[in-house]
Design a binder for this molecule. Structure first.
Ligand code: ACM
Length: 557
């Protein structure tokens, strides 16, 4: 009972057990019974309508192995779970609470319960227990970059399943960057027809001098709007909110390859980038760009359904083309703005207003906060360290902790030549488990603005789903523990039992002792260069940049 991840708030065991078998019945209202059946699909549970919607212990609920009821006194995502001689009783504040109660129940079963189908005749003894549980933070998430390497729909759906299994509830999808535009547009079809593929990809390690090398292999793919709708529905059923990101006004090469007239420097021919790093390609901030983005945002929001949060990027913008353009300079002055940095801030605020009109709250990377003109309701993601996050919270913004250390999972778990190629090193599972999204040194007011935290899976060096599994888990388990239960305590002891669950599920996680032979980097294209980039050096650099209020050009990302 001590091996639950994330650890529930309160667990009390008593002697005895109840036997749960496949095809058992779940009683209770359909909107709460459905998530229970989903989380325990391995048991192929039946919703027994004859069991009705009665309160716990009522005659209607009798006979069902599991009964679930609504308890409005419990908050969002909260639940109680009781296993007694008469069966399993769940009380939940909402559908998410019912889902999470069932996820906890699944962890009370043998690891076999994490297969997709139970062994024939499985009958599992569930120990008598009372669990009372609620999350520490409302934003518990993962960021997945499907631009640098496209992750097809099946990988996105699988990620949603794994998030829900860990009671994580946000999937931030990075849908557009210099190296690829990844979603259909009916209004601007060249975005996916031209912007979604590149002829080749660099194989040069970060910071290696000399001529770059390339794999000479085309790469591409995009989600259709129908895929996006499906992903949103799949996520909603699993209490996961999709947070789409269209990163603007920088990181714009793929957009400009498709629609060059939107460029701040229309004389330059842009292509979908075949190498990493920061590009000078930047959208024009003039009204036609805002009109274009309004249309694209509307298409994405219509496909996803309600979109409470929409990420605008705003990071790593090279403003030289804005400074060099007479037309953009005139426009800036007409708005009464002094510098291109002010215009960057104004542009993102204008887009946040557009999103507000579409029912979405804007989210930005911290550069957009540093420029100081955000809508008050804009959520800030401090990737360049927690200090800028504290400043954003002190200014009244809600904050989701995303610092490179320890939440950039494209960094290797160890500074070892055995690791597969990574951005740098190292972010260990212990580093993540010790992370505090609302540091004790912050005032209560600042800490009160912390919505939670999420890990980042940038995919320059994550080419496919197998590499994604390796980088995401078990560090993602540690972040689930931190955001649901609080930092540290109990995680390390619980991990071995949890890894057996992931084994049964089929997750190719990174074993605590290091990669399996076929997960190693080797000496070929996946060779890692330990020490070439250290995460502490990167953090020092990035934190230095945020101290310069008008800094817009970090060089590591
Ligand atoms: C980032 O890593 N550029 C947000």
């Amino acid at each position: 009972m001590t091996d639950l991840i994330p650890r529930p708030r309160a667990v009390r065991t008593t002697p005895g057990s109840f036997t749960l078998a496949a095809r058992s019945a779940v009683a209770g209202p359909a909107d709460l019974a459905d998530p229970v059946r989903l989380a325990l699909a391995v048991l192929d549970l039946r919703h027994d309508p004859s069991c009705g919607d009665g309160p716990q212990g009522s005659p209607e609920g009798r006979g069902a192995a599991i009964s679930v009821r609504r308890d409005t006194a419990l908050g969002a995502e909260s639940y109680t779970l009781d296993v007694r001689a008469g069966g399993v009783e769940i009380a939940a504040g909402d559908a998410a609470g019912a889902l999470y109660a069932a996820q906890t129940l699944r962890q009370l079963l043998p690891a076999e319960a994490f297969r997709s189908v139970a062994p024939p005749g499985a009958r599992w003894a569930v120990p008598f227990v009372h669990v009372a549980d609620a999350p520490r933070f409302p934003w518990r998430g993962a960021h997945l970059d499907i631009s640098r390497h496209f992750m097809p729909k099946r990988e996105v759906l699988r990620m949603i399943d794994l998030l829900a299994l860990h009671k994580l509830n946000r999937l931030h999808l990075h849908l557009a960057d210099d190296q690829g535009w990844r979603v259909e547009s009916r209004a601007y079809p060249l975005l996916h027809e031209v912007g979604s593929h590149r002829a080749r990809t660099t194989t040069t390690p970060f910071r290696q001098e000399g001529e770059p090398s390339f794999d000479e292999t085309p790469h591409g793919g995009h989600l259709t709007l129908a895929d996006l709708s499906e992903i949103a529905g799949y996520a909603r059923a699993r209490a996961v909110t999709i947070v789409p990101e269209i990163d603007v006004p920088g990181h714009a090469s793929a957009i400009l390859a498709a629609y060059p007239h939107l460029s701040a420097d229309p004389g330059v021919r842009h292509a979908v980038l075949d190498r990493w790093g920061i590009s000078p390609a930047i959208l024009s901030p003039l009204p036609p760009t805002v009109e274009f983005l309004t249309t694209v945002f509307t298409e994405i929001i219509d496909a996803l359904g309600p979109v409470p949060y929409f990420h605008l990027g705003g990071d790593e913008c090279v403003l030289d083309a804005w400074a060099a353009s007479d037309e953009i300079g005139d426009y800036r002055r007409s708005l009464g703005l002094d510098t291109p940095a002010d215009l960057h801030a104004w542009f993102l605020r204008r887009l946040a207003d557009v999103l507000a009109g579409l029912g979405s709250r804007a989210v930005v990377w911290d550069e957009a906060f540093v420029s100081g003109m955000l809508r008050p309701d804009t959520v800030v993601m401090p990737w360049r360290g927690m200090e800028v996050g504290r400043r954003a919270a002190a200014a009244g913004h809600d904050v989701v902790a995303t610092p490179v250390f320890p939440l950039y999972f494209d960094y290797a778990e160890a500074a070892s030549p055995e690791e597969p190629v990574a951005m740098g090193d190292a972010v260990t599972v212990d580093d993540v488990a010790a992370f505090e999204p609302a540091p004790a040194s912050w005032t209560a007011g600042e800490a009160g603005h912390v919505l939670g935290a999420q890990f980042q899976l940038w995919t320059e060096r994550i080419p496919d789903g197998r590499a994604l599994d390796y980088r995401a888990w078990p560090r993602g388990c540690a972040l689930a523990h931190v955001t649901w239960s609080g930092a540290g305590e109990g995680f390390a002891g619980a991990l071995p039992a949890h890894l057996a669950r992931l084994d049964a599920y089929g997750v190719e996680y990174r074993p605590p002792a290091g990669p399996r032979p076929w997960q190693r980097g080797g000496t070929g294209a996946r060779r890692h260069r330990p020490g070439a980039v250290t995460v502490s050096e990167a953090m020092r650099h990035l934190e230095g940049l945020t101290r310069e209020a008008d800094s817009t050009r970090p060089s590591i990302g």
